[in-house]
Design a protein around this ligand. Structure first.
Ligand SMILES: [Zn+2]
Length: 420
């Protein structure tokens, strides 16, 4: 006996039987007939016209649903009360199937998701449908986020229990977009044309304790994410809302972690004025490593040795010594001189955000790739696979979906959606 063939065949026939059962159940209500007239929702009477049938993909098998159709002469629109009851307005997929589509669409490329649905659940749909439904769910999540934002900005958003320390880590990463989305924007490569748009990402996590050696420990499962391709002015309220929800106001201490980008510190000043600002050590080290390569050549051991020595000073938070070391570099090439000037500005501007020895003494995280990992997990793994090109609208829907799922809020969202 071929077990695999048998189990798959039985599952398929059970889904067929289940589908027929479901179809009977769905059509036992005479199509949701409400009498010859019903309220259209705008205060008029809509007339019963007749029955309309539609094909619905369910987690069992495709079914036909009969629905009473009403028309309001004043509004000029049709009403199918049964569609509203069943949560299938304008959709040929049942809520169960849509939930599965959103689940896979947030995790993997749409075509992969379609394959998983077929193999794992025996549900056959088109790739484009996975994409459309996932995006629609992402947009619904974003609408729920907007409501929370309004509540947070008017001081009405309730926060979760607060831990001792609340970290807000912010970063940006490029998302590959279709050509028209990058039109007129400057890029870094030789063509000078941009191929990406910056997605801004925020991670919020908490820290209560330290390990045996006094190093900070991130609270388990405490990281939540928000993000979008948008301006800093739009992103500020977004990350603020998430921080409030996570207990910003009740935390004993607030810390903002970021790279050197000015927009991040502007958001910190505006929305988290009493937070300790820390430049992510990983980013700061990278600056020195990159500069070493520019000055001494990318393959040279001198570059590595130079950077290693300066990184020691940096780790100790001795930014004055780093600056002195930068001043001692005297390359002839004006382009290299310019890079050194830029680095000096970076370390001067951020000196107080780089007192790493002091921060470590207070058992604070100084980076350790939390933000980097967040960007990779949320954006990179899903939106930057080879060949992917996004519209801003599509990318933002999937970023919203993915942030929701990775923040363990999927269940909460889906339940609230059904209830509302
Ligand atoms: Zn009407």
């Amino acid at each position: 006996m071929d077990l695999e063939a048998s189990e798959m065949a039985i599952r398929a026939s059970m889904q067929q039987v289940g589908g027929r059962l479901l179809e009977k159940l769905l059509n036992a209500d005479k199509g949701g007939y409400r009498g010859r007239q019903m309220d259209c929702g705008q205060g008029h009477q809509a007339d019963f016209i007749g029955y309309r049938s539609k094909d619905l993909v369910t987690v069992l098998s495709p079914v036909k649903v009969e629905r009473a159709y009403y028309h309001c002469a004043v509004c000029g629109g049709g009403i199918l009360p049964k569609d509203e009851d069943l949560d299938i307005v304008d959709s040929s997929f049942s809520p169960g199937v849509r939930r599965m589509m959103g689940r896979v669409g947030g995790k993997e490329a749409f075509d992969e998701g379609r394959r998983d649905l077929e193999e794992l659940a025996g549900v056959v749909v088109k790739t484009k449908a996975v994409e459309r439904v996932s995006e629609a769910i992402g947009q619904q999540i974003e609408r729920a986020n907007q409501k929370q934002r309004e509540a947070a900005l008017s001081g009405k958003l309730e926060s979760l229990d607060a831990a001792a320390k609340l970290y807000i880590a912010i970063d940006g990463t490029g998302v590959p977009v279709v050509p028209h989305e990058a039109e007129g924007r400057k890029g870094k490569d030789e063509t000078g044309r941009a191929k990406t748009r910056e997605a801004k990402l925020g991670c919020v996590f908490t820290q209560t304790g330290v390990d045996d050696e006094g190093r900070p420990e991130r609270d388990e499962h405490s990281t939540t994410y928000v993000g979008a391709i948008e301006t800093a002015g739009e992103f500020g309220p977004r990350i603020y809302t998430e921080a409030v929800r996570r207990g910003l106001k009740r935390a004993q201490r607030r810390i903002v972690l970021g790279d050197g980008a000015l927009w991040i510190w502007n958001i910190a000043d505006e929305h988290f004025p009493d937070a300790t600002q820390i430049v992510d050590l990983y980013h700061a080290r990278q600056h020195l490593a990159d500069l070493g390569k520019i000055v001494y050549g990318s393959a040279s051991t001198k570059a590595k040795d130079w950077a290693a020595g300066r990184i020691e000073l940096l780790d100790a938070g001795n930014i004055e010594a780093v600056l002195t070391a930068l001043k001692r570099l005297r390359p002839r090439d004006p382009a290299v001189q310019e890079e050194i000037r830029k680095a000096m500005t970076y370390f001067q501007t951020n000196a107080e955000r780089m007192r790493y020895a002091k921060f470590r003494g207070e058992s604070l995280f100084v980076g350790s790739g939390v933000v980097e990992a967040g960007c990779k997990t949320v954006i990179g793994h899903r939106l930057k696979q080879s060949g992917m090109r996004w519209t801003v609208r599509g990318a933002n829907a999937i970023i919203a979906l993915r942030c929701n799922q990775l923040s363990h809020r999927w269940e909460e969202f889906w339940e609230a959606r059904t209830a509302g």
